[in-house]
Design a protein around this ligand. Sequence first.
Ligand SMILES: [Zn+2]
Length: 226
Amino acid sequence: MSTELLAPRVRLFIFEHFLEHAAPPVVEQVMGTFSLSRDEATDVLRDLETARHIALVPGTARILMAFPFSAIATPFRATVRGRSYFANCAWDAIAFHAMLGDDTRVDSFCHHCGAPIQIELRDGRATRVDPNESLVYLALRPADWWGDIVTTCSNTMVFFASAEHRDASDLCTGADASASLTPDQVHALSGLIYGSKLALDYARPAKEALLAHWAAMGLSGDYWKL
Ligand SMILES: [Zn+2]
C-alpha cells in the first residue's frame, strides 16, 4: 500500500485505539494490523508526526500524543461516554467535546494554585464552569506553537481559576504575547481542527482557513498571526 493510502489508515487506527483504550497502540500493533516491517511502521509514524497528527516520545517510535489524546497522565482529564482520557493541554481537554459531540466533563487544575477546576460541556456550550471565572491561557503565539509541540502542549496551554491567578503566575507573559479565552471560545476554536478527527479523510485545516475562522470569532491582531 502506498504511503498516501497507508498514512490515513494508520492515523485513524491510532485515534480509534486511543478512543477505545485511552492509550495509544504500540508499533508492533501497527506492524501486525497493516502487515508492515518495523522500519515501515516507524516510517509511517514519523510521517504522521511530520504532518502534525501525532507526536512521538523523542528518539522513539512510541506515540506520546495524538491530539487531543495523551498517552501519559496530565493535569487535563476529559470524561466522555463513560470513559476518562488524558488530554495534552487545556485546549485539548475542551476539544474532546468538539471531537466527540457527547456530554463532556473536564477535570483540571489552576496552573497557579493547583485548585481544582471543573467544566461541563453539552451541545457545543460550557454548561458549568467551576470556578466560574476560570479561563484558558495560551502563553505562546500560534506562530510558535509547533516549534516544539510537546513543550507547547505540556507547559503553555493551561487553565487559571481567575485572571488574578493568571497575573500572579510566572507563566503570565503579557497581553501581546498571550491569549486568555473562555471555555466557550476554546470550544468554538476547536471545531475546525478537531471536529472530523475520527474520519478517515481528516485533513488539518490550511493556514488560511484557520486565520479566517479566528477572524470570524473576532480573534485577530498580532497575537493571532500565523
Ligand atoms: Zn489558582
